[in-house]
Design a binder for this molecule. Structure first.
Ligand code: HEM
Length: 393
């Protein structure tokens, strides 16, 4: 890190967290917890002005060439600063045509473009690449519910990544390999770990604290003229690698391919490369179905087909859990209790909530291989494979 980026990082890990936490406690103690404008103005002014000093120093330095890690860290810090300004209503894309924070926008655009990422903080800044210093990871506030959310998100992401890495290994061995079990088993175990961390979030995260004090930092905001959607726990390639490797979603499906294109710049460059490579593989489901014709009766087909279906089932369970439990409990239900005008900006990506919920439902149904006439799912192919495995038992 350069001296300027080090100083900014220290501020983000210290006074920035303290000011955000103080503001959250002020908002939360009100009868109307959504009221932000006109509350804690002195603290907001300090947050804005103190951060601006570091941003201007970094912009003057103009140094994005000090290695990936430094640039990535600066992008995360300036992104978190802008996200906090958005959260505290010091900027709002709905009432502006460009960000009022010109220097922070320039810095974010410069560093983002040089890294090949969107010019805002990404999930990886708070999850897989959130470096802890003496046991403390980066966060917006020091509220226990934010730590719980960030930690369990990270555990979930790491689980999906482990599962994806294991299945990628099978691509290289071929699904008929006698040693595929060595990779199917850790894939299943990693998905069981995701189910467990999601379950902890479901039972331990406080609905009100999450909804009113954590989620608002993930809203869309403008950088320069353009509005960028918020980060969400899904901005990593592992989940899509699993979709494609299992064959539950296809990169040739317009709906799904569009989604991949849209999220590309919100991912780390290394994730972008992994995802691109994954798009060139044939899925394990397609490989198994092709082999089924002549080999369904063999021991290896039965064993590996069963292991494949187990991974699919577990993956489907994580998708159903995300939608039917996490999204419903922490977003849909509290949002339903709000008045129409308060519903704006509820989601990280910006579309109205019913539209967002429908798109998440589509993903759930693809991943569970549900029977749907209106979208392409692998329901029939999975049923065929299940039939073959059962019949030979
Ligand atoms: C309190 C817990 C959570 C809530 C309320 C939640 C809610 C949401 C919402 C609303 C979206 C749509 C993003 C948008 O607003 O545009 C989303 C996307 C996503 N989330 Fe979560 N989420 C939670 C935790 C997690 C966890 C732990 C994971 C696991 C890594 C995860 C994985 C994803 C993925 C992969 C997407 C992208 C869409 C997809 O491919 O399914 N989420 N989430």
């Amino acid at each position: 890190m350069t001296a300027n980026s080090e100083l900014f990082d220290r501020w983000v890990r210290g006074p920035f967290v303290a000011m955000n936490t103080e503001l959250e406690n002020l908002y939360f103690m009100q009868r109307d917890r959504l009221r932000v404008i006109g509350v804690g103005d002195t603290i907001k002014g300090s947050l804005r002005d103190e951060g601006q000093v570091y941003v201007v120093a970094l912009l003057r330095e103009g140094n994005t060439g000090d290695g990936f890690e430094n640039g990535f860290n600066v992008l995360g810090n300036v992104g978190m600063y802008l996200a906090a300004l958005r959260r505290h209503e010091l900027t709002n894309p709905a009432r502006e045509e460009r960000s009022p924070f010109a220097e922070a926008s320039s810095l974010a655009l410069h560093v983002g473009a040089s890294l090949g990422m969107a010019p805002r903080f990404a999930t990886s800044h708070l999850a897989t690449h959130n470096k802890a210093i003496a046991g403390v990871r980066k966060s917006f506030t020091s509220l226990p519910d934010e730590f719980l959310f960030v930690d369990e998100n990270t555990r979930g992401i790491l689980g999906f990544q482990r599962a994806a890495a294991a299945l990628t290994g099978i691509v290289h061995l071929g699904v008929s390999s006698p040693v595929a079990d060595v990779l199917f088993e850790p894939a299943s175990q990693a998905l069981r770990d995701v189910l467990a961390s999601n379950a902890r979030l479901y039972t331990q995260l406080d609905v009100e604290r999450f909804f009113y004090s954590v989620r608002p930092y993930y809203k869309p905001y403008r950088v320069g003229r353009q509005e960028y959607r918020g980060a969400n726990a899904g901005d990593f390639s592992g989940i899509n690698e699993l979709d494609l490797l299992l064959g539950l979603c296809r990169a040739s499906d317009t709906y799904y391919a569009q989604l991949l294109v849209d999220k590309m710049l919100f991912m780390l460059p290394s994730d972008q490369a992994r995802l691109r490579e994954c798009m060139t593989y044939r899925s394990l489901l397609d490989e198994l179905l092709e082999l089924a014709e002549n080999h369904a009766h063999t021991g290896w087909f039965q064993q590996n087909g069963r292991a494949f279906l187990e991974v699919c089932d577990l993956f489907g369970q994580t998708a159903a859990q995300h939608h039917d439990q996490l999204v419903r409990r922490f977003i849909a239900t509290p949002a339903a209790a709000l008045a129409e005008e308060a519903l704006q900006d509820i989601t990280a990506s910006g579309p109205p909530l019913p539209v967002l919920l429908r798109s998440l439902e589509v993903l759930r149904d693809m991943r569970t291989g549900a029977k749907r006439a209106d979208i392409n799912t692998r329901h029939a192919d999975l049923a065929r494979l299940r039939g073959l495995i059962n019949r030979a038992d």
